[in-house]
Design a protein around this ligand. Sequence first.
Ligand SMILES: NC(=O)c1ccc[n+]([C@@H]2O[C@H](COP(=O)([O-])OP(=O)(O)OC[C@H]3O[C@@H](n4cnc5c(N)ncnc54)[C@H](OP(=O)(O)O)[C@@H]3O)[C@@H](O)[C@H]2O)c1
Length: 244
Amino acid sequence: MSGLLDGKIAIVTGGSKGIGYSIAERFLKEGAKVIICSRSKAELSTAASKLGCDFHQLDVSDSSGVKSMSEWFSKEHGKLDILVNNAGLIRPGRITKTTEEDWDLQINVNLKGPYLMSNNFLPHMNTGGAILNISSTVGLRAMKGAAAYCASKGGVVNLTRAMALDLAGKIRVNCICPAVVDTPMVDERVQAGSVSREVLDNVQPIGRMGKPEEIAAMALHLCGPEAEWTTGSIITVDGGQTAA
Ligand SMILES: NC(=O)c1ccc[n+]([C@@H]2O[C@H](COP(=O)([O-])OP(=O)(O)OC[C@H]3O[C@@H](n4cnc5c(N)ncnc54)[C@H](OP(=O)(O)O)[C@@H]3O)[C@@H](O)[C@H]2O)c1
């Protein structure tokens, strides 16, 4: 059976769970070879064996780790076609409660991570390739109590546009801004009692959280052959949240 990504090789950061896992799963179904990466080796190897793909342990905010992964990749696999900068984390806190440590963590993982990955992997990418950044609807409009997270995701939106201009005609660069998606990131907040699933469902006019597969479907479109004229685009996949 032929797939939309036959013969392509993709890296998905944060591929051990949530949105990244679903993107990896969808790309594999469409014929791509996929390498997932994240920090926890145990979770990575479990996810990789479930998916049937390769993995590489990596903290995307660690510049020497990213550099050595790019050198390893080039020796082992040659050229890359698709880079998905999905790894991210949230440490809620309004501006007066945001410690410098929480600020640095979120900016380093969510914003510097995509820069480091793109900067190190671009020399190893095939012309015609695609980079996809995962931001958030809070990269376009803020929410209370998440100052550093909002700042990091706003940065990812404009980094996408800047990279698309720098790389036009060679590599396409696009961005998805999801609203609330039902993943371990969200479940952690529910388990901690900081918010209920009902409240999170109703953040979207459609009345429910998104499913990771719904983000993966857009990821496939943006990284696949049907979006060859799409670059610098910031696409909301948000159950109508930003329509309000
Ligand atoms: N879920 C939502 O409602 C939502 C909404 C809008 C945007 N997003 C964004 O979508 C992306 C995925 O979120 P998710 O909900 O799927 O989160 P998740 O379930 O918490 O998964 C996050 C993934 O990122 C990895 N990761 C975290 N820090 C990392 C680092 N420093 N280096 C490498 N990997 C790292 C995690 O593994 P390790 O912890 O083992 O490293 C895990 O694989 C994030 O960028 C998030 O901000 C999510």
